[in-house]
Ligand binder design. Structure first.
Ligand code: UGA
Length: 410
């Protein structure tokens, strides 16, 4: 943490997030970064933005939240502790109790969950669909709601427990949509339909909407995987088996592995095969590798005996990929001599990858598009075999001759 504070003081953002460096620079004169909690004594609002990763039991780890509560200095006036972190329902009540126990009853508490997505954080924060404010005391809720007055977004006023649940339920619903469309994609593959066209046809129904219907190799990131577990555990700790959410999680786990079966269908056994993984971050415009499908894919490929070469435009040194993956600097290096290229993250840089150069560089011109980024017809016209997720496949997509080729043993 001291290193992060130091880099922020120098105006350097210690993670990749578009627009944040410019925002920090514009407001440098109004921002102070400190490790000294006593510097906060006269603050009116204290936003808690710590992470709440899963514990071994799948519950959210609230130890950082409790560190904040324990370390709060003797605050003056009527400051308000504003919870931005994603926490289980009931956390606010516990923190309220903790504050009272510490003799900080004069500190207000408001749940104000954050709905921004990585890669578009500044835009989402400035133009939110809604702001949720859950308070024990109406005046505290009024004070926090007033901070957002200029954003022209609806403000949902509610109690603390409901605000906490809104955050968890919103994420759970988004994940449900993803796992749903991924299952539809899998059925499309089995029946000869095309999920991209199906999603478009579904999304035009105003009751359903078009968002979060992009089929692919599953969701990752620092939020969905841990929030789904936390909500599942929260329910089961309260005596309820959240069946639908359990299925959403399982579908997502299986979805990450489907690429392996696709590769095998084209290449036969993967031992000794050279596979290029294109994109490593859990989604574009971030360098975040937490719970990224690329990690599961790389591990499975190594376990199958494949040689894995990986590229990402912003993830440095391959992040936390398993040992044995060769990380390279360019797409050209990744695909050189490869038996297949797998698009794992839909980076813009990959949109025109179906070129003559790439085709000639590959030992076998096969693209498995895990994010349905490319236009299948154009890629095939460029001389590649192509397979997306839930897209129509053609008999010519399976390169039969490659089945017969004996893979080199290592
Ligand atoms: C998510 C939510 O979108 C935010 O509203 C929420 O505030 C945030 O979690 C959080 O709880 O902090 P984020 O994880 O940054 O944001 O990213 P998303 O854009 O939601 O994508 C999550 C994953 O779902 C990615 O791996 C993405 O590739 C995948 N995804 C998304 C799909 O597979 N299909 C889709 O249609 C949409």
């Amino acid at each position: 943490m001291p290193r992060k504070i130091d880099s922020l003081r120098r105006g350097e953002v210690p993670f990749h997030e578009p627009e944040v460096p410019e925002l920090l620079a514009r407001n440098a004169a109004r921002l102070t970064f400190t490790l000294d909690v006593n510097a906060l004594v006269d603050c009116e609002f204290l936003f808690v933005c710590v992470d709440t990763p899963p514990t071994y039991s799948g519950d959210a780890d609230l130890s950082r939240v409790w560190t904040v509560v324990d370390e709060l200095p003797d605050l003056e006036g009527r400051p308000i502790l504003v919870m931005k972190s994603t926490v289980p329902v009931g956390t606010g009540e516990k923190v309220r109790h903790g504050l009272d126990q510490r003799g900080l009853s004069h500190v207000g508490y408001v749940s104000n969950p954050e709905f921004l997505a990585e890669g578009r954080a500044v835009r989402d924060f400035m133009k939110p669909d809604r702001v949720v404010v859950g308070a024990f005391e109406t005046a505290d809720g009024d004070a926090v709601a007033a901070l957002y007055e200029d954003l022209a977004a609806p403000i949902v006023r509610t109690d603390v427990n409901s605000a906490e649940m809104i955050k968890l339920a919103a994420n759970a619903f988004l994940m449900t949509r993803i796992s749903f469309i991924n299952e539809i994609a899998n059925v499309c593959e089995a029946t000869g339909a095309d999920v991209v066209e199906v999603a478009e046809g579904i999304g035009l129904d105003h009751r359903l909407g078009s968002h979060f219907l992009r089929a692919g190799i599953g969701y990752g990131g620092s939020c969905f995987p841990k929030d789904s577990l936390a909500l599942k555990q929260l329910a089961s700790n309260s005596g309820y088996h959240f069946q639908l959410l359990s299925a959403v999680i399982e579908v997502n786990e299986l979805q990450k592995r489907r690429v392996i079966a696709k590769l095998k269908r084209h290449l036969g056994a993967l031992r000794g095969r050279k596979i290029a993984l294109l994109g490593l971050a859990f989604k574009p415009n971030t360098d975040d590798m937490r719970e990224a499908p690329s990690i599961v894919l790389a591990s499975r490929l190594l376990a199958e005996g494949a040689e894995v070469r990986a590229w990402d435009p912003v993830v440095r040194n391959g992040g936390n990929l398993p040992r044995g993956v060769e990380v390279v600097d360019t797409v050209a290096d990744a695909v050189d001599g490869a038996d297949a290229a797998v698009i794992v993250t839909e980076w813009d840089e990959l949109r025109d990858m179906a070129s003559d150069d790439i085709r000639q560089a590959m030992a076998n011109p096969l693209i498995i598009d895990g994010r349905n980024l490319l236009d299948p017809a154009a890629v095939r016209a460029a001389g590649f075999a192509y397979e997306g997720i839930g897209r129509r496949t053609l008999p010519t997509d399976v390169l039969l001759e490659t089945h017969e080729r004996e893979p080199e043993l290592r």
